[in-house]
Ligand binder design. Structure first.
Ligand code: PEP
Ligand code: MG
Length: 584
């Protein structure tokens, strides 16, 4: 048995066979190309077509004697599709017009064809969709030989990868993926956030584990302690089986018992608890886990795989309407696109590569640079606001001019909708994320302009402490308990109270039970968290006394060392946490 240590990012125990995911280029590369590269990409495509035809012909010869006419006909049909000049024209047009590399051009063209065919009423034609999918797979394999076997995802086991994109994590099925070990990333990387949302035990920050492990090797991961056991001994295996059975029983009981209890402190202070979501399909689960509404909807996930001409107002509008229906009167806080930095799309890629994307043209800055994209989304949000309660939230505000710009555009769209007699909520609440240190210093100036603040601790910590939230080498310095962070949160709450506006914490700190008493003591009355943590948070809130928590926060604010602050928090939590929430 070998034991490795990483950073725990999503609690729980996962055990099973290793599924190794190949790094980076394993999926369709989204590299935009320059005009100079167009001929080379076209040639690459032609060669891949020839190679694919040759492979299919070779397969077809196995049936040449007519033993199975049906299979032969399938291969012939595949070759016919691959020889179709219309297909070549479409792929080459994509390479030229969109400056897509060959793999993406193939992927996009064939996906469109698959969707069109699948939607047809004609049974024969609609049944051709799997053939196109088969061709697509072969072509992509020939264009990018490093693509992994697709059935990786279908097997059950513990996924081990160098790095994962948010969309890859999002597409994982928690029934099949028993755990996640990723070499890169920190506790607030989007992969970590999503693994918590999906309740997949996960840990990050173990360098070279993909080289250490073999496919199908048996491992246990402890997502609460950040430990991996490779080839565990029978006694460790038995110990962890017991732990897992116990944890499963507790979590089921907690969910049922705690999710619907009122969210208030022992002495009656009401705390509003909302959920953060990336996809509207998460809404039902969020409500089941006890969320009162949605406090952060990260809408950029809607368009992460799109080029600019594929982003459309109607699709966004329909999506928001669906969310409103699922919420049945509960509020939806829609955050406008927070694109850029670690959330790149074909569209952002087409705008060029930045040396320092976290400090670059991301989020509201990108919306100001690309007003049409921003207007389109605001129009969709405003139109949807006629159908249910919606809050509109702008991320990454670092200066007053940004919120003034956003408000100006919102007012223009309101006027436009009014003149067209399109309904919307005239009093839609507009809020901002407080996640850049400069915004904290001008919190009062910003509070004058908005209806609410939402504290994005993930970025606030990253920018204040100059620690990349996704870099495991500095992950030990990514400390929510740094005195500067405590003081910033306190100042934001004071500014919000002075201007009588709401203030919420929607970063991961709000969902980490270590800090619940501190946040309540700092005066927060609203937390928006990954929904799977809600039962635990409620349990802790219900055991707290507000005045005692406030005195505790004051005490912590007087300590000047983060390590001492954390020590004191841990000591206090030992006294107040119910038994099952004590770290084992
Ligand atoms: C944050 O920064 O805390 C936040 C909630 O936004 P995101 O994690 O999407 O950057
Ligand atoms: Mg953020």
């Amino acid at each position: 048995m070998k034991v490795l240590k990483g950073l725990p990012v999503s609690p729980g125990i996962g055990m099973g066979k290793v599924i190794l995911l190949q790094p980076e280029k394993r999926h369709i590369p989204l590299r935009p190309i320059t005009a100079k590269e167009i001929p080379a990409e076209e040639l690459k495509y032609r060669k891949a077509v020839d190679k694919t035809i040759a492979q299919i012909e070779a397969l077809g010869t196995r049936f040449a004697d007519g033993t199975d006419i049906k299979y032969k006909a399938i291969f012939e049909a595949h070759i016919a599709i691959l020889s179709d000049p219309t297909l070549h024209k479409k792929v080459c047009d994509r390479i030229k017009k969109h400056k897509d590399n060959a793999s993406r051009a193939v992927y996009k063209t064939l996906q469109e064809l698959i969707q069109t065919l699948s939607a047809l009423d004609d049974e024969y034609l609609s049944h051709r969709a799997p053939d196109i999918a088969d061709i697509e797979k072969r072509l992509l394999n020939n264009l990018d030989s490093k693509r992994p076997a697709k059935n990786n995802r279908r097997r059950s086991g513990v996924v081990v990868a160098k790095g994962l994109e948010p969309s890859q994590t999002a597409s994982m099925d928690p029934k099949m993926i028993l755990g996640l070990v990723v070499e890169t990333g920190g506790p607030t990387s989007h992969t970590a956030i999503m693994s918590r949302a999906l309740k997949i035990p996960a840990l990050v920050g173990i360098s070279n584990i993909t080289e250490e492990l073999k496919e199908n090797q048996f491992i246990i991961i402890d997502g609460s302690k950040g430990v991996v056991f490779i080839d565990p001994t029978p006694s460790v295996l038995e110990q962890y089986r017991k732990k897992k059975r116990y944890a499963d029983r507790i979590s089921k009981r907690n969910l049922k018992e705690d999710a619907m209890l009122p969210c208030e402190t022992f002495d009656g202070r009401q705390i509003h608890i909302s959920a953060n979501i990336e996809f509207i399909s998460e809404i039902d689960n969020a409500i089941t886990y006890g969320a009162q509404d949605i406090g952060l909807y990260r809408t950029e996930f809607l368009i992460l795989d799109k080029h600019i001409d594929e982003i459309c107002e109607e699709e966004q509008y329909q999506n928001y309407i669906k969310a409103i229906k699922s919420l049945n009167g509960k509020r939806l806080c829609i955050r406008t696109f927070d694109l850029g930095a670690d959330k790149q799309s074909p569209f952002t890629a087409s705008l060029g590569i930045e040396d320092n994307p976290f400090l670059g043209c991301r989020s509201i800055r990108l919306c100001i640079e690309q007003p049409n994209l921003f207007k389109q989304q605001l129009r969709a949000i405003l139109r949807a606001s006629a159908s249910g309660p919606i809050d509109l939230m702008i991320p990454m505000i670092s200066r007053k001019s940004e919120i003034l710009f956003a408000k100006k555009i919102i007012n223009e769209i309101k006027k436009e909708l009014k003149s067209k007699k399109v309904k919307f909520d005239e009093n839609i609440r507009i809020g901002i994320m407080m996640e850049v240190p400069s915004a904290v210093y001008i919190a009062e100036d910003l509070a004058e302009e908005v209806d609410f603040f939402s504290i994005g601790t993930n970025d606030l910590i990253q920018y204040s402490l100059a620690v990349d939230r996704g870099n495991q080498r500095v992950a030990h310095m990514y400390t929510p308990h740094h005195p500067a962070i405590l003081r910033m949160i306190k100042d934001i709450v004071i500014a919000a109270n002075k201007f009588n506006i709401d203030v919420c914490v929607c970063g991961e700190m709000g969902g980490d039970i270590t800090y619940t008493q501190l946040l309540i003591g700092l005066g927060l009355k609203h937390l928006s968290v990954t929904y799977s943590t809600i039962p635990q948070i409620k349990k802790i809130i219900r055991s707290l006394n507000f005045y005692e928590s406030r005195a505790f926060a004051d005490e912590l604010l007087r300590i000047h060392h983060g390590e001492l602050i954390l020590e004191r928090i841990i000591e206090k939590n030992k006294k107040i946490f119910p038994k099952e929430l004590q770290a084992s």
